[in-house]
Design a protein around this ligand. Structure first.
Ligand code: SAH
Ligand code: DHB
Ligand code: MG
Length: 222
């Protein structure tokens, strides 16, 4: 029987990874990093979203070996920049090599440490970001969403990976995923929200995407 993975393998030919991205994944496997990068087609979607939004400053939470980081860095163009956060020193090392190989190391800063320790440091002046990709430890997604809202410009795009994970979003013994969806659904600063279920080589999962309110409501003091 045909599986979602079979279909993903066929879809990988729609706009495949180029040689550099193939090498990136190979380096990750050779160094023993888990096989959990975004899929080929998810990577293409990330590139599309960044380019149609015209984002120049991107924040990523969860670097792994820098596969999605490379896609984001390419999509922002030469004038753009990406800050990416990763707490595993080995992942940072692989990511650095992969970003150098891709020729985008000069537009990427990797910040090493637990994201919840690193994010407050960004509030001091690295932002505002116009695109945030959240893809680290899923139980902190609600907190990461708050930081993303805090650190972005009006109209920015916020994308959160792995919000469904085999339907765990409805598992009451692990409420974090549902709490995330509820927080996402009711966040006063977000517009154009949707949560999309996905299937494919990485199984049944999904992502949440929203735009931060584009208008700054300011009451002028007189
Ligand atoms: N975005 C990557 C995949 C990220 S996998 C890609 O698509 O190519 C998730 C990564 O988040 C792992 O490398 C993991 O080490 C990192 N991570 C998990 N919890 C974290 C935390 N609290 N702070 C920083 N990084 C974290
Ligand atoms: C898994 C998938 C992901 O996209 C991720 O960011 C982390 C883990 C997984 O399949 O376990
Ligand atoms: Mg993910």
């Amino acid at each position: 029987m045909t599986t979602p993975k079979d279909v993903d393998l066929m879809l990988d030919t729609v706009l495949p990874d180029d040689h550099v991205l193939q090498l990136n994944r190979q380096n990750c496997r050779r160094c023993g990093l888990p096989d959990i990068e975004v899929s080929v087609q998810q990577a293409r979607l990330l590139e599309t979203l960044v380019s149609i939004s015209g984002a120049r400053r991107v924040l990523e939470i969860g670097t792994l070996g820098g596969y999605s980081t490379t896609c984001l860095a390419r999509a922002v163009g030469e004038q753009g920049s990406v800050i990416t956060i990763e707490y595993e020193p080995k992942h940072v090392e692989v990511a650095r090599d992969n970003l150098t190989m891709a020729g985008v190391a000069d537009r990427v800063i990797i910040l090493t440490g637990p994201a919840l320790d690193v994010l407050p440091r960004l509030a001091a002046g690295s932002g505002p970001f116009d695109f945030v990709f959240i893809d680290a430890d899923k139980d902190n997604n609600k907190a990461y969403l708050e930081w993303a809202v805090k650190l972005t410009s009006p109209g920015a795009t916020i994308l959160v990976d792995n919000v469904i994970r085999d339907g765990r979003v409805l598992d009451s013994s692990r409420p974090e995923k549902l709490e995330f969806v509820r927080a996402f659904a009711s966040h006063p600063e977000l517009v154009n929200r949707s949560v999309i279920q996905t299937t494919g080589g990485k199984g049944w999962d999904g992502f949440a995407i929203a735009r931060k309110r584009p208008f700054v409501n300011r009451i002028l003091e007189v």
